[in-house]
Design a protein. Structure first.
Length: 179
């Protein structure tokens, strides 16, 4: 049971109803929980949209960061949310499974660097070696973009846990076994 009531679109102030409509995910439980404070929801959604769009990373690379962050946090909610988005972006299911199973060496070298970096970010263990490896594939603008994407999803995952937000459906599984 969630820690706060869910707010339906019709219960939002009129100026904020677009938040449920103008996003690629629709009216999710996380948005409905955060809808108790529409201004905060709006800010969070703008931050998420900005860090993904302005990261400089192609969408499949962004999804690697988001999935690896979700996996490192064991956030089944975010994992389930991003698996279909990752597939839609062109990320292969075998790559998604590799991230879910933490087999980063099965990824392309670029995606391995991104997944390893996102995991180290969550673990607060980023070091010069991570930056050196990531620097082989990304310019400084993209490194900042990847860092801030991981930061955003860390914050969202903690909010989901703290507010005890219900999943949208059954867990797809780290290996996509329930897909």
């Amino acid at each position: 049971m969630p820690a706060v009531p869910y707010v339906d679109r019709s219960d939002l102030p009129a100026d904020y109803r677009y938040l449920y409509d103008d996003n690629e995910n629709g009216e999710l439980n996380v948005y409905r929980a955060l809808g108790n404070n529409p201004e905060v929801l709006q800010s969070l959604m703008r931050w998420g949209t900005t860090v993904v769009a302005a990261s400089g990373l192609p969408r499949p690379d962004a999804e690697v960061v988001l999935l690896a962050t979700s996996r490192a946090l064991s956030s089944t909610y975010l994992w389930d949310l991003h698996v279909p988005l990752a597939v839609k972006s062109g990320l292969d299911r075998s790559a998604i499974r590799a991230i879910g199973e933490r087999r980063f060496d099965d990824l392309s070298a670029r995606h391995e660097a991104l997944a390893t970096y996102a995991t180290a970010f969550v673990d607060r263990s980023v070091d010069d070696g991570h930056h050196e490896t990531l620097g082989e594939y990304l310019d400084p603008e993209e490194v900042v973009g990847a860092t801030m994407m991981a930061s955003h999803f860390l914050a969202v995952a903690h909010a989901i846990d703290a507010l005890d937000v219900d999943p949208e459906g059954p867990f797809v599984g780290w290996s996509l076994e329930n897909e």
